[in-house]
Design a protein around this ligand. Sequence first.
Ligand code: C5P
Length: 209
Amino acid sequence: MIIAIDGPAASGKGTLARRLARRYGLIYLDTGALYRAVATLLLNDGADLSDAEAAVAATARITPAFLEDSSLRTAEAGRAASVVAAMPPVRTALFDYQRSVATTPPGAVLDGRDIGTVICPDAEVKLFVTADLTTRAERRYHELMANGMDTSRDIVLKDLAERDQRDAQRAEAPLVAAEDAYLLDTSNLDIEAAFQAACAHVDAATGIN
Ligand code: C5P
């Protein structure tokens, strides 16, 4: 079974995806970490973020351990990720890995921006998780502060708004809900309520339980 989860930054999709993977016994892949890894490797090399050739070469240097590196979780890495993610050759270079994780038994939960539309249009379950911008900014602000990063609410909000715009307006694989995705707005839901709503949808869509 494949569960495809898309949505804007800080919508709660990562937490939800991780919990769904545990609940249904599936592998979890945070696809945003792949783009964050490419961007961070370029930043570390002092390379230009618009250098498509260097970015494609960087995809071959991603290791599972690096995907867990805390340097990927900064606001700068998120911003840089959305720049490299707009380059079609980078997306192509990361396609096969994402497909292979998704199609290896017992299946997987993938979260990102183009999972239900491009990577796994064949997913049994598609969720589009969203929340209003101020709610997402507040969540991301607390997350960054809890991780010891110094920032302000205004900076976080501006950053997310810019990233939303870049992700939604790029020509290749823009952030958009698949036609058959179930829309889950978490603006007024805590993690538990969002998880219960998502499980109810997965169960109904797959006939489990
Ligand atoms: O999900 P996360 O915020 O970690 O993603 C970082 C950036 O990577 C996004 O803003 C987006 O530009 C890009 N991304 C993407 N496609 C995905 C996952 C992430 O373009 N499937």
